[in-house]
Design a protein around this ligand. Structure first.
Ligand code: HEM
Length: 188
């Protein structure tokens, strides 16, 4: 008699468990689905936010060589929003690429800085504050830098050279001819 009652209790517990399982399982599926949806929505909004940044068209910048401290001024937070980055000792005006380098953009950490090491190491956090002579990089990392240099040269305007400590800037004022200025830069 006692055995019969305990087995019926066990079966009641087991059917209650099945019932709870049947109710909860779809609930878990819904919660899991909603969580995935929220992540996708968040990522799309973030993506939209930097893609919707207004295009900034500024007058062509006068050519000038800069120290790392001077380059810092062109981080996109200035009055005109100009953004420059250095790669391979060359400084590019990347203001047109504000969606990448502007505040909130995926590569905003490069704005006003030398991005060479980060690009060579494929890591946005591999970036130094002071002047970086890149002397510890491998030849394949240096090749990466040269490839980025070529890509940026195609896309953006070359503004000048990144000066090493103690290096003198080139005087670009003696020529009104832009091609002549570009030749001066290429020769260095
Ligand atoms: C899985 C990781 C990554 C993905 C999926 C990715 C994807 C992309 C895409 C789709 C673009 C836009 C390309 C275009 O419109 O032409 C882009 C641009 C760019 N990426 Fe990445 N990227 C990644 C990681 C990195 C890392 C680690 C770096 C550097 C350390 C980097 C540097 C850049 C730069 C500088 C640009 C802008 C180039 C320009 O100004 O035109 N990316 N990336």
């Amino acid at each position: 008699m006692e055995v019969a009652s305990s087995s019926s209790a066990a079966s009641t517990v087991s059917s209650a468990k099945t019932l709870i399982g049947e109710v909860l399982q779809p609930l878990y599926v819904v919660i899991f689905g909603m969580a995935i949806l929220a992540v996708i929505l968040f990522a799309s909004l973030k993506h939209l936010r930097y893609h919707q940044q207004p295009e900034v068209h500024l007058p062509r910048m006068k050519k000038k060589d800069m120290t790392i401290a001077e380059l810092k001024k062109y981080d996109g937070t200035g009055e005109d929003g100009r953004i420059c980055i250095a790669v391979n000792r060359k400084i590019f005006d990347v203001t047109r690429g504000r969606k990448y380098y502007g505040p909130g953009g995926p590569y905003s950490v490069f704005a006003g800085r030398d991005a060479s090491r980060a690009l060579a190491c494929f890591s946005v956090s591999a970036i130094k504050d002071g002047y970086d002579d890149l002397s510890d990089l491998t030849s394949s990392q240096m090749n990466q830098i040269h490839e980025w240099d070529m890509q940026l040269t195609d896309e953006y305007t070359l503004v000048g050279r990144l000066l090493q400590p103690g290096q003198q800037p080139i005087d670009y004022t003696d020529s009104e001819d832009e091609t002549h200025d570009d030749d001066k830069l290429k020769d260095t």
